[in-house]
Write a new protein. Structure first.
Length: 275
């Protein structure tokens, strides 16, 4: 609908859409072509002169790759009800999802794996991950567990990470990217908290970056000192394709693959699962 007058909808959806378009570095014409619309209509929406339909909001959000939670925010800003539900993971409707994740985690033993939500709270983990948490301060293991706190806190895993500066930089960049995608105050507060953690005593001055690059030229490993040996892992992250629920859209399964034969042998013996 055109001709409502600036901000007649009283929502600011146009401002939000403009922000997402600029973040994706698309012109109004480029977005219009993707969404089967016109640059004029996109301009009217962004300037508050036109109220987009619910279908148009969802179409633009899809082409702008807007996170599911923020798609609901766009709909609310345009005066519509949220389109995507947000069920708790323990909701009966999520039973099949929980069961599938538990099977995936168990199948990854004897190598560590965990599932986190959008604020990096640990929702599930396998037995192998527990092995790596040996020596972590009890207060960090009280629910709700947070993967970033456990990893980077001076009383967590951090003192045993041999390439801490590299791994810390990687994790902070990952959090910064996520903060840039979702307007989450808890996530922003967590980022500021872990960023302020002091470096554990004895951390290597250079993190051994040159040596690690020579050993692992293909990807950054996580190297942990454990019981007189060094365990080396490569990290992968999996998310759900085309999620239709806010909770599901923010789930991430992180799996740690052994980066050398010594790590494989130790974990197979320690966790007791043959691969």
């Amino acid at each position: 609908m055109v001709g409502m007058g600036p901000d007649t909808a009283g929502t600011g959806v146009g401002v939000l859409l403009r922000g997402w378009r600029e973040r994706r570095r698309l012109s109004q014409l480029q977005l219009a072509l993707l969404a089967d619309s016109s640059a004029r209509h996109i301009s009217f929406i962004e300037n508050g002169r036109a109220r987009p339909s619910q279908e148009m909001v969802l179409r633009l959000a899809e082409h702008l790759d807007v996170p599911v939670r923020e798609r609901n925010a766009l709909l609310l800003a345009a005066g519509y009800a949220p389109h995507y539900p947000e069920k708790r993971l323990d909701d009966p409707a999520m039973a099949a999802l929980r069961s599938g994740m538990e099977r995936l985690l168990a199948s990854h033993d004897p190598y560590p794996a965990l599932v986190v939500d959008g604020t990096f709270q640990v929702l599930a983990a396998n037995r192998a991950l527990g092995l790596l948490l040996t020596g972590v301060a009890p207060h960090l293991l009280e629910p709700p567990l947070n993967a970033m706190r456990i990893t980077l806190h001076p009383e967590g895993v951090a003192p045993r990470i041999l390439n801490l500066r590299q791994w810390r930089r990687h994790l902070l960049e990952r959090m910064e990217q996520q903060v840039g995608l979702v307007r989450s105050e808890p996530l922003r507060a967590l980022l500021e908290e872990v960023r302020a953690y002091p470096e554990p005593p004895g951390a290597a001055a250079d993190g051994g970056e040159e040596d690690i690059t020579e050993l692992f030229p293909f990807a950054l490993p996580l190297r942990i000192a454990f019981e007189g040996r060094v365990l080396s892992f490569l990290s992968t992250i999996a998310t759900f394709n085309t999620p239709m629920d806010v909770t599901v859209s923010e789930l991430a399964m992180e799996t740690f693959l052994p980066a050398d034969t010594e790590t494989v042998a130790f974990l197979q013996a320690a966790v007791g699962t043959e691969r």
